[in-house]
Design a binder for this molecule. Structure first.
Ligand code: GDP
Length: 365
């Protein structure tokens, strides 16, 4: 169950890194998520992956299994990887500008046939503004003329199977895209040639249809996160939590879908979220968590509208929260927990400061 995120003896007390997928429309963000989720993989092989609220969780064992061909003996120190299911999500427009900081790292998807496009640059600017590290997935390599499919293969292995013409076209397009990134003030390089990660952003060629490069992408994400973000990923007691969506659910009233980035949430916790009354007045909502819900782990058993209840949930997870008074909660803002020794007024103020720092205008339909 969810308690398996507890570190085993000798392991470091790290939470799962949180990753989001960004990029121009039609570059393959949705398909890439499907592909790493293994939706297209035969049943059984996708072992351990769980669908969460607004996110998909990949346990470390699953990542290890799928990256075996890369012969990376690197020990996975994080319990897994949480990927936010935002592509195509309506609330993402809201979150894009406000909450991209909820992600520790991002996959920026670029179509190898199209190069950088307007929303690629928009995403780039958001990532830079938020200081979020990212990896470029240079997607649709299978569309290179004459590409020979090597299903789910590491990219170097797949490239070795290609004709000289395919390799030439690949190199030409790659060079062009590296130049386009340079015009945006960014150094990028193929990940296995990148000697200075951090200074130079890594490019992983992928196909979201045939799966080439997906093992590389997964391994790179996890390795990089645990190598460079230990402090950020170290488990803390203070709750760090972002509201993704506000939704009315039959039988539960208005609920909020959140990503618990760090810390623990309990049933009965007193919380503060930002609210908007009568479309104009910003004000903190103070309420109590009635239920912490997650979908049933097994898709087959999932009955529409039913959830698993939890007494407590430890980060990082996607969770649905039910509580009174959430009708006017605002997506993209932080959720605060009032501890036994905390001053409610101070926390209310803090919640509203977050809100102000995000800045208005806010459009309410
Ligand atoms: P999004 O708008 O970025 O989420 O893009 P989608 O995932 O919806 O993909 C847009 C289109 O490109 C769809 O028709 C996909 O089937 C196709 N597509 C996505 N990834 C690939 C890929 O790696 N190779 C090929 N050939 N087509 C792809």
């Amino acid at each position: 169950g969810l308690a398996s995120s507890e570190p085993k003896e000798g392991e470091e007390n790290l939470r799962s890194p949180i990753c989001c997928i960004m990029g121009h429309v039609d570059t393959g963000k949705t398909k890439l998520l499907d592909c790493i989720r293994g939706t297209n993989v035969q049943e059984g092989e996708a072992g351990g992956i769980t669908q969460q609220i607004g996110a998909t969780y990949f346990p470390a064992e699953n990542i290890r299994e799928r990256t075996r061909e890369l012969k990376a003996d690197a020990k996975l120190k994080v319990p897994g990887l949480l990927v936010i299911d935002t592509p195509g999500h309506e609330s993402f427009t809201n979150l894009r500008s406000r909450g991209s900081s909820l992600c520790d790292l991002a996959i920026l998807v670029v179509d190898i046939m199209h190069g950088l496009e307007p929303q690629t640059i928009e995403s780039l600017n958001l990532l830079r503004m938020r200081d979020t590290e990212f990896i470029v997935a240079l997607n649709k390599v299978d569309r290179l003329y004459g590409w020979k499919t090597c299903k789910n293969a590491p990219i170097v292995k797949a490239m070795k199977q290609q004709t000289k013409d395919v390799v030439n076209e690949f190199n030409m397009r790659l060079t062009g895209i590296i130049t386009q990134f340079k015009e945006q003030g960014l150094n990028t390089e193929l990940y296995y040639k990148n000697k200075e990660m951090g200074e130079t952003f890594s490019i992983v060629p992928t196909s979201a249809i045939t799966g080439e490069g997906i093992p590389d992408l997964l391994l790179l994400l996890v390795n990089w996160a645990q190598k460079t973000m230990v402090e950020k990923l170290t488990y803390v007691d203070d709750v760090q939590c972002t509201v993704l969506e506000v939704k009315v659910i039959e039988g539960h009233g208005t609920t909020i879908d959140v990503v618990l980035v760090n810390g623990v949430l309990h049933e009965g916790d007193q919380i503060v979220v930002c609210g908007l009354q009568a479309s104009i007045n910003l004000g903190p909502i103070v309420t109590t968590i009635r239920a912490l819900l997650t979908p049933h782990p097994m898709k087959e058993l999932r009955v529409k509208g039913t959830y698993v209840h939890h007494k407590e949930i430890k980060a990082a997870q996607g969770i649905k929260i039910t509580a009174q008074g959430l009708e006017h909660a605002i997506a993209g803002t932080a959720l605060h927990v009032i501890g036994p020794d905390d001053d409610i007024e101070a926390i209310k103020e803090q919640a509203m400061e977050d809100m102000e720092s995000i800045g208005t205008p806010i459009c309410v339909p």
